[in-house]
Write a protein that binds this ligand. Structure first.
Ligand SMILES: NC(=O)c1ccc[n+]([C@@H]2O[C@H](COP(=O)([O-])OP(=O)(O)OC[C@H]3O[C@@H](n4cnc5c(N)ncnc54)[C@H](OP(=O)(O)O)[C@@H]3O)[C@@H](O)[C@H]2O)c1
Length: 164
């Protein structure tokens, strides 16, 4: 099994505020859907509750919580990082889709990062950890401009963990 993180981060590593996203970039949402469809997606409870459609269609949602009383229809519940990993199949690519606390806990175990870098700083209350170039190798970079969003520049970056 491999663990991939998919995340959209601002220049200052901001990813969320008031349990919501910081921007709406249509091409990024389309890419997220394309990459994650048909796979298991692992998320923290706050991220699950922030989604406009719950659970996201065409994917199997694994939601992590400390509270065994929380049970969300159509989702697999997990009670720790290890429990979430155990609920993925051996030969599949599982996607970690947030939020901040779950990204931080999974980053040491991740094999691949699909990172959308938004070239602007945002005020936020949730941040993604800094990526070390000693640990991660950039294998793909695609630059884009969102003309519907004040000519917002963003890039799709794909990293794989360097072999130690
Ligand atoms: N920019 C992006 O790509 C992106 C993607 C996703 C989310 N976000 C943003 O991120 C923010 C949410 O992040 P967040 O850090 O507040 O919340 P989160 O990581 O989504 O969820 C946190 C909750 O998950 C549960 N949890 C996490 N680790 C656990 C563990 N090891 N064992 C048991 N339960 C665990 C706990 O739920 P209980 O309290 O029930 O125990 C915890 O309160 C939002 O603003 C969202 O919009 C951004």
């Amino acid at each position: 099994m491999s663990i991939s993180i998919i995340v959209a981060v601002a220049e200052n590593n901001a990813i969320g505020k008031d349990n919501d996203l910081l921007w709406h970039i249509s091409d990024d949402l389309k890419r997220f859907k394309k990459i994650t469809s048909g796979h298991k997606i692992i998320m923290g409870k706050n991220t699950f509750l922030s989604l406009p459609v719950r659970p996201l269609p065409n994917r199997t949602s694994i939601v992590i919580t400390d509270k065994p009383s929380d049970n969300y229809e159509g989702c697999i519940m997990a009670y720790s990082i290890e429990d979430a990993i155990a609920k993925c199949e051996k030969d599949e690519e599982c996607f970690i889709i947030g939020g901040g606390s779950v990204y931080r806990q999974f980053l040491p175990f991740a094999d691949k990062l699909y990172l959308t870098k938004v070239d602007r700083t945002y005020e936020a209350d949730i941040f993604f950890p800094a990526i070390s170039e000693e640990e991660w190798e950039l294998i793909e970079k695609e630059d884009h401009i969102d003309h519907q969003n004040n000519s917002l520049h963003f890039s799709f970056l794909t990293y794989i963990r360097k072999k130690s």
